[in-house]
Write a protein that binds this ligand. Structure first.
Ligand SMILES: C[S@@+](CC[C@H](N)C(=O)[O-])C[C@H]1O[C@@H](n2cnc3c(N)ncnc32)[C@H](O)[C@@H]1O
Length: 189
């Protein structure tokens, strides 16, 4: 399938932006699918910062990194059990970021206790933009199973539409004949 799952499409976009050695952020680690992808892309000498509020999820991700026999990559992945709304305080001062991903919603469609929220998502993405390189990319992925996230998407789109077009290109990818999830992408120009 060419027009694949939104996560695959988001990874395809990130692939265009990330080079070995880059610094990148996974703002919603969960079980670590995106973290593993990012760790592989930045290679041994890049860095991944991952944020997740659920301790068990962070532990699962750490186990997966180890089991994937990515010993070197485990060294360059910093997993933080804290909300992404405090991203800026967790990054070394002056550190520039090449790419970031938010996977919105919750870990599973029936566990909405730890769902992402509009205010914290918006605060976090502005913090990342303040550190994003020119040519850097920030993506939001919405899995089709998380319809409840639409309210968050609506807030997010309203905020994204106010970004200065001379500094940022913002794009929305969404099927128009089915509910197959969506991807929002910001490129700093
Ligand atoms: C859709 S899941 C992420 C899936 C993940 N990328 C994966 O590969 O498994 C969203 C995750 O965001 C986390 N989350 C919710 N609010 C958060 C916040 N303020 N900061 C960091 N993580 C948060 C949830 O605990 C949940 O694990």
């Amino acid at each position: 399938m060419i027009l694949d799952h939104p996560t695959k499409f988001a990874h395809f976009l990130l692939d265009q932006a990330i080079r070995p050695g880059d610094v990148v952020i996974d703002a919603t680690v969960g079980h670590g699918d995106d973290t593993l992808f990012l760790a592989e892309r930045v290679a041994d000498f890049g860095q991944v910062y991952g944020f997740e509020i659920q301790k068990e999820a962070i532990e699962t991700c750490a186990d997966r990194l180890t089991k994937a026999n990515q010993a070197n990559q485990a060294n360059q992945v910093t997993l933080l059990n804290q909300g992404h709304e405090r991203i800026i305080t967790a990054l070394p001062p002056e550190l520039k970021v090449q790419a970031a991903i938010f996977s919105l919603g919750a870990l599973s469609p029936d566990s909405f206790e730890h769902v992402t929220l509009p205010n914290t998502t918006i605060s976090a993405y502005h913090q990342i933009l303040s550190r994003l390189n020119r040519g850097g990319l920030l993506v939001f992925v919405v899995d089709p199973r998380f319809n409840e996230t639409q309210e968050e998407i609506d807030y997010l789109i309203a905020d994204l539409s106010r970004l200065e077009p001379t500094n940022y290109q913002v794009t929305h990818y969404k099927a128009i004949n089915a509910d197959q999830g969506q991807v929002l992408a910001i490129e700093k120009i």
